[in-house]
Design a protein around this ligand. Sequence first.
Ligand code: ASP
Length: 359
Amino acid sequence: MIFKSIKPTWLRALPLTLMLSLSSFSAWAKPHVVLVATGGTIAGAGASATNSATYQAAKVPVDDLINAVPQMKDIADVEGVQAFQMASESFTDKELLSLARQVSALVKRDDVNGIVITHGTDTLEETAFFLNLVVHTNKPIVVVGSMRPSTALSADGALNLYDAVVVAAGKDSAGKGVLVAMNDEIQSGRDVSKRINIRTNAFASQWGALGMVVEGKSYWFRQPVKRHTGQSEFNIDDIKGDALPLVQIVYGSDSMIAAPYLAVADAGAKAIIHAGTGNGSVAGYLVDTLKKLRSQGILIVRSSRVPDGFVLRNAEQPDDKYDWVVAHDFNPQKARLLTSLALTKTSDTKELQRIFWEY
Ligand code: ASP
């Protein structure tokens, strides 16, 4: 009787077999999320529960990560792939390119709805940004880490991972570029960076989070406006080899010397990211060194050591006259990656500046 009272007439008329297949269809229709594990603190283990900062990163294998958060299985069918097992400070182009290729192959699979990448937090921002630039898809790709190992009191990894799966499984996450889920927030992989190295609210962007995840539901407030993933002119499928053109950063301060710039040039760098003071300023006594390097064909990109704001072209330095490029609002590490990637296509400074404005 209860059945009859709550089902509409058309459903009551359905034969039992069809209803059974409908219910199994809804189970089958759960989104399929692939969790690509790379190591980091989220896969870390400490000697005791009070070790929140002293531990070994990259210990817990992907299946244990999945089994540790069974609530994820209510949201999605989760498949695990162990890409690497390492601390992210040791990532190089080789790992970045390999990871991007693995993710690019996964998103092409019809049965895959979204990707979660577990990652160390040290270079998480680089990986999220790189994937945002080179993987051609509208499917959600979500990078996640934790600040405390799973063995610590108040470990943050389980909820971060659950939130990442919620975002990766959500249809409303599609087409927003590569995302980072940390500390209840959804950040753009383009903008986010690690700002605090000891607390769980480690990731932030000067432009704000795109949204939040609360109790297994995503709430969106913003949308990225720059080119990414599906609209990017860069595609991992077109990039050969396991190294990108060499680009290095020289950090600005008072009392600098020319030697680091010259050493980087001697090592074969095709571009130098100057992490300048203030608005990406170059000390007067270094201008000739940088002009000379540019005349030898090395690209000079002015970024800033100041975490917020953006570098204005032709303001502190006459970039047009010196043929230098400005990094816009990218921090030096993101400017380094974008320059490396751009160099796979062009070494023209106007083109490089256009790329900095557009991505
Ligand atoms: N050093 C670790 C890593 O980046 C830190 C972390 O994951 O929080 O792999």
